[in-house]
Design a protein around this ligand. Sequence first.
Ligand code: SAM
Length: 388
Amino acid sequence: MPTPRDLSSLPPPTPEEAAVAARMTEHLRAAIGTGSIPFSRFMELALYAPGLGYYTGGRRKFGEQGDYITAPELTPLYGRCLARTARDVLAALGDADILEFGAGSGKLAAGMLTELASLGKLPNRYLIVDLSPDLRQRQIETFASLAPELRARIQWLDRLPNDFRGLVLGNEVLDAMPVERFRITADGAKRLHVGWRDDAGFVWLEGELDPDLTARLEDYRLPVGYTSEVGWVAEAWVRSVADSLSAGVALLIDYGFPRAEFYHPDRSQGTLMCHYRHRSHADPLILPGLQDITAHIDFTAIAESANAGGLEVLGYTGQGAFLLASGLPELVAQADSTDARTYLTMTEQVKKLTLPHEMGELFKVMALGRGAVPRLAGFALQDRRGRL
Ligand SMILES: C[S@@+](CC[C@H](N)C(=O)[O-])C[C@H]1O[C@@H](n2cnc3c(N)ncnc32)[C@H](O)[C@@H]1O
C-alpha cells in the first residue's frame, strides 16, 4: 500500500498555508469526484482556480519571501536590455504599443518604460494582460513610484486586442500554462490523469488510449514507458497572439528546448518542475495551491504554431547570447565601479543572467513577427533557428 508522500525535504507549510492547501485539496477532490481528471485540468485548477489557485489566491510568489525569482525580479539590467529591442520595434512601426502578458510584480514594465523614456522612444500605451488578480494589485503598487507621464500609458486588458501593432512580451508566461501529461504504452499514447486515494492523496492514473496524442507523437519515436508533456495550451495561446498581431514582434522568453532535445531519451520522465520557497522538485501532486507548477517549452511546437498563424520566426537563441547582443556589456561598462559592493552585486546578477549553467543557456529567447520589422540586434551574436 503506498504511503502518503514524504514532504520532509521541503520547508513545512505554516498553519495558514496548510489551511489554503486543505481548501484547494477539497476543490480538486470535488472536480475529481469518484473518477479522475486529466493532469492538464489538475494543473489549471491548482494554478488558477478563482480565489484558491497558486496565481489567484493571493500568495506571495516571487522574490526572497516567495517561491522563485525571475530575471526581471533579479535585476533592472534585464528590462533595460529588453527595452533596446522594444525601441527598435517601436521605431520601425511608428505609432505602436507594448503588450505584456503575465506582468508579475510589474518590475519589467516599470523598468522598460523608464528606460524607453531615456532612450526617447516610449510606446503609446503599455498594455498588460494577466490572469492573476492579486498580481495586478501588486503591479499597481509598483507603478505608484513611476512618473505620472509613464504611469498614464499603462492599461490592463482582460483579453487580447484585435489588430495589435507593436511588441508583445511574455517572460516566463508559457511555462505557467497547463500541459497535457502522457505516457507511451505498447498500444499508443495515454493521457495521465489524477485521481484520489484516501491512503495516498492525489495519485497518477493512466487514462484511455488517446488517438490525437498518439498521432501527434508518432514521429517522435518515443519508447514504451516514456512520460512527458505536450503544451497544447501554450500552442493555442501563440496562435491567438498570431491572430491578434497585425504588425510587430512577439518576444517570448522561457526555459525550454527544440523538440529533439525536449523529447530526448534522457528526459524520459518529462519536464515538470515545481517551486516552493526556493526549493525545486518534480512532484506536482503535493502542496496544492502553495507551489508553482511549470513545464519546459517545446520551442519547435511554438514555432510551428506561430507559422500556422502566419508569423515568421525572426530569431531563436539562448538568453545569455541575447542579452550580450542587446547592450548588456555597455550597461555594465557605464556602471559606477567605485562603489565596490553595488558593483559586485551587479556582476553576480550579470553572471546569473548569462552564464550557461545559470539562466544563460536553459532560458531561450524566441522572436516572432509580422510586417516590416527590423533585424533584431539580440540575435546578432547567435541565432539558432536552424536547430528548431
Ligand atoms: C512565472 S510568472 C512570470 C511573471 C513575470 N513575467 C516575471 O517574469 O516575473 C507567470 C505569469 O503568467 C501569467 N499567465 C499565465 N497564463 C497567462 C495567460 N494566458 N495570459 C496572461 N497571463 C498569463 C500568470 O498569471 C503569472 O502572472
